[in-house]
Design a protein around this ligand. Structure first.
Ligand code: NA7
Length: 545
């Protein structure tokens, strides 16, 4: 009798960032299940634990980059953000506060790296192995590993023979780095490089920036939060959270219902100017066809190029910084605070490695076809193997020993980005083909965690022991995902959203672009229909839905 097989736990969660913390709270404190979190780091925080590089900051506004009233209205009232866009130390403090307040650490095992997770079809549970040789079994497995948690370190010839110090922004030393008086190379100009470069330029003797693709960086407009603004936000929170759950990107502001070319040039310009002056992603909400229509997109792209040309004194450098090869927002636009002015400094050099690629790292610097740039330190701001990198590293194998990496060799195949056939009782928080990185993360995280918690409650009440999406439901979701993707300009660019930054990675859009509100509606509907598209079974016997 399969039900004789006992599991150590009802549920095992991997990761103690935003997702893992909230998942543990829901499993343990709302559902009364036995749950444990395994976390590789020695404290909570996830992304905000590892990314401690100078200038690390969130690009979502702080007042809606947090847990909503679903976790705790009291905490919302008590917590006050100091800046419009919170810096890494403050967000880490926030997550530590959440962990303390809900007494989460007692069910988190830190310094514990998961190296395998295999589904035992006879026992009906997952067996999870760790680098330290432990084994834990759990009926349900929840991955809460984040979307940007496996760093991408390009395999430049000679990389490891560099005699100076090398850093990756996503694995920054906790004691900090002092660049005073140094010649520093920074490779990469994504959201991370754009935050870090101005900070390092203040400190170092010289900074050489190696840029492969310029981005359409948007002015962040960061500033301290006033007590008046804080009060107003707190009074408005019920409305704010309701809106974040309905909009396309999980922000409390809507995309305007007008197309870019439906208004005269000067009006369009004024609309862009107004949004730009507000700072942040509002620029992307000015017209509803920027991601759909190339000509519409080009109006925003040219607006941003002109902003760069106004700010960078040397016209040649301004043109190097102005993107021409991809439409606006087809790569994640970084928010910047003084980034472009950095190139007006005497101690900053911009090198175009699209024109003249990096050939090698030498013992003393970075070599391109144009020669060698001698430096004391190299900062790799080269991003992540996003969405799937960490999931594959967990060594997940489903029914019949099928590995997740093999199943997804031709691209992820999921149902709702939450589950995948042949991997029963596995839930992925912000997995591929869910809105995830195309949204304000905490909103998407909460939605997934709540959905999974409600699902487990339902299974418990129905006496169901196994849940697994059907092949048909999965095929349907993948087809829908692809169809929505094809309506947008996103497949046009070589972005990490499509896996283009990792040599050999299957090219497809990893996040779902159908919108947070639409997606929530679909997930809620699936639940309301008794988890339509999933097969629910008791001890291997299919239960009527
Ligand atoms: P990103 O956005 O992936 O940026 C990485 C940068 O590194 C980007 O400019 C890349 O150029 C560059 N890169 C990567 N590999 C190479 C090689 N081999 N040679 C030269 N340059 C290279 O990572 P971030 O950490 O900045 O941001 C990740 C996300 O975190 C961000 O989007 C937010 O959502 C938060 P490329 O553009 O690929 O030509």
């Amino acid at each position: 009798d399969r039900s004789d097989h006992r599991s150590d736990l009802d549920a095992l969660v991997i990761g103690a960032g935003f997702s893992g913390l909230y998942m543990l709270h829901r499993l343990r404190d709302s559902l009364g299940l036995s749950a444990l979190v395994l976390e590789a780091a020695d404290d909570v925080g996830g992304t905000w634990y590892w990314n401690r590089y100078p200038g690390a900051r969130c690009d979502s506004e702080s007042y809606f980059y947090s847990f909503s009233d679903r976790l705790s209205p009291d905490l919302l009232e008590e917590w006050t953000w100091s800046e419009r866009f919170a810096g890494q130390p403050e967000i880490l403090r926030y997550l530590q506060t959440v962990a303390d307040r809900f007494d989460l650490r007692r069910d988190i095992r830190f310094g514990t790296t998961v190296t395998s997770a295999s589904w035992d079809d006879d026992a009906g549970h997952w067996t999870v192995g760790t680098a330290g040789g432990e084994r834990v079994t759990a009926r349900f497995l929840v991955t809460a590993v984040g979307c940007l948690s496996t760093t991408n370190l390009p395999d430049f010839p000679g990389r490891d023979g560099f005699r100076g110090a090398s850093y990756h922004t996503g694995l920054w030393p906790h004691e900090g780095v002092d660049f005073t008086g140094q010649r520093v190379a920074v490779i990469g100009t994504g959201a991370t490089g754009v935050q870090l470069i101005p900070e390092v330029a203040e400190e170092a003797a010289h900074v050489t920036v190696f840029q492969r693709t310029p981005n359409y960086d948007i002015a962040g407009g960061n500033h301290p939060v006033t007590p008046e603004f804080d009060r107003k936000i707190k009074d408005d929170y019920p409305t704010i959270w309701a809106r974040t759950r309905e909009t396309a990107f999980g922000f409390p502001y809507d995309v305007a219902e007008r197309t870019a070319l439906s208004v005269p040039d000067d009006e369009r310009q004024a609309i862009f100017e107004e949004a730009w002056a507000q700072g942040g992603f509002r620029l992307g909400t000015t017209f509803n066809d920027l991601l759909l229509d190339e000509d519409a997109n080009e109006t925003a792209a040219e607006f941003l190029r002109n902003k760069i040309r106004e700010r960078v004194h040397d016209p040649e450098i301004a043109e190097m910084l102005a993107p021409k090869d991809h439409p606006f927002f087809t790569k994640r636009p970084p928010l910047e605070n003084g980034y472009y002015e950095t190139y007006n400094r005497e101690n900053v050099t911009l090198v175009d490695v699209r024109r003249s690629p990096i050939e090698a790292i030498t013992p003393t610097g970075v070599r391109t076809a144009d020669g060698e740039y001698e430096v004391d330190s190299i900062v790799y701001a080269t991003g992540f193997d996003a969405m799937t990198g960490t999931l594959y590293k967990l060594g997940i194998t489903g029914r019949g020993g099928l590995s997740l990496a093999d199943k997804w060799a031709e691209g992820p195949r999921t149902y709702l980005g939450i589950a995948t056939h042949d991997f029963p009782n596995l839930f992925m928080i912000t997995g591929p083909q869910s809105p995830s990185v195309l949204s304000n993360m905490p909103v998407s995280i909460e939605q997934h965690v709540d959905w999974v918690a409600d699902c487990l409650r339902h299974l418990h009440e129905q006496g169901v022991e196994r849940i697994e999406p059907t092949v048909e439901a999965e095929d349907g979701w993948v087809a829908h995902h692809d169809e929505v993707t094809a309506m947008t300009l996103l497949p046009r660019a070589n972005s990490w959203w499509v896996g283009a930054n990792i040599p050999g990675k299957h090219r497809s859009l990893y996040p779902y672009v159908g919108g947070v509100g639409v997606y929530r509606g679909i997930c809620d509907d699936v639940a309301a229909k008794g988890y339509e598209g999933f097969e629910l079974s008791r001890t291997g016997v299919t239960a009527p839905a």
